[in-house]
Design a binder for this molecule. Structure first.
Ligand SMILES: Cc1cc2nc3c(=O)[nH]c(=O)nc-3n(C[C@H](O)[C@H](O)[C@H](O)COP(=O)(O)OP(=O)(O)OC[C@H]3O[C@@H](n4cnc5c(N)ncnc54)[C@H](O)[C@@H]3O)c2cc1C
Length: 166
């Protein structure tokens, strides 16, 4: 996009349509460009958009951006101009938090001995997010460390039993 947004990153608070968006030419040094913006924007929830054409999605995006950045962007592209775009549709990309779903989230220590789970969907205090994924990994590692001696002792017993059976 020709034109430069000074906005770095937005959480879901300014727009009912765009869940998060960032100007990658500002936030990532790999995309740094003082003259152009490379925007990454996420529609969420996207149920009503997933079947729309790319051009309908781009039109809606521009209209929304024009509301958010009226000085830089106009829906008819009379201000910033789109040079290139790519629409990616990923259905079911994050789990949907609906009433009653919390008890369905599994613990990191599974009912199967020696089998552990990590991922944003597992039980931790955040929803589907990078923070949730990291925290689940920490909780998973903690559970493994806590169980290590027990598992190691079981492993030794199994090895001894295997040796005795030979
Ligand atoms: C478009 C989009 C925008 C987002 N924006 C944000 C944001 O701004 N901030 C934020 O905090 N979070 C955001 N999220 C959510 C965040 O990306 C996820 O919550 C996080 O990546 C989850 O991490 P994870 O490790 O649990 O799972 P994932 O990152 O999904 O990792 C799971 C991995 O397992 C692999 N896998 C799956 N099945 C198999 C299999 N059978 N065998 C081998 N490998 C397999 C997958 O390929 C994947 O690499 C966004 C998500 C999407 C989709």
């Amino acid at each position: 996009m020709v034109g430069f947004l000074t906005r770095l990153f937005s959480p879901q608070c300014r727009s009912p349509l765009l869940s998060v968006y960032a100007d990658m030419s500002v936030t990532c040094k790999e995309y740094y460009n003082p003259n152009q913006s490379m925007l990454e924007l996420v529609f969420a929830p996207a149920e009503e958009w997933i079947s729309c054409s790319d051009s309908e999605i781009i039109d809606a995006t521009l209209k929304e951006l024009a509301k958010l950045f009226p000085d830089e962007i106009a829906a008819d592209q009379s201000k910033a101009k789109i040079l290139k775009y790519h629409v990616v549709k990923t259905p079911r990309s994050v789990y949907k938090t609906v009433p009653g779903c919390e008890p369905c989230r599994p613990l990191q220590r599974s009912p199967l001995e020696g089998f552990y789970l990590a991922g944003d969907y597992t039980k931790q205090k955040y929803l589907a997010s990078m923070e949730g994924a990291v925290l689940s990994g920490k909780l998973c590692a903690q559970a493994i460390v806590q169980d290590y001696e027990l598992l190691a002792a079981r492993g030794k017993k199994t090895t001894l039993a295997e040796a005795a059976a030979r």
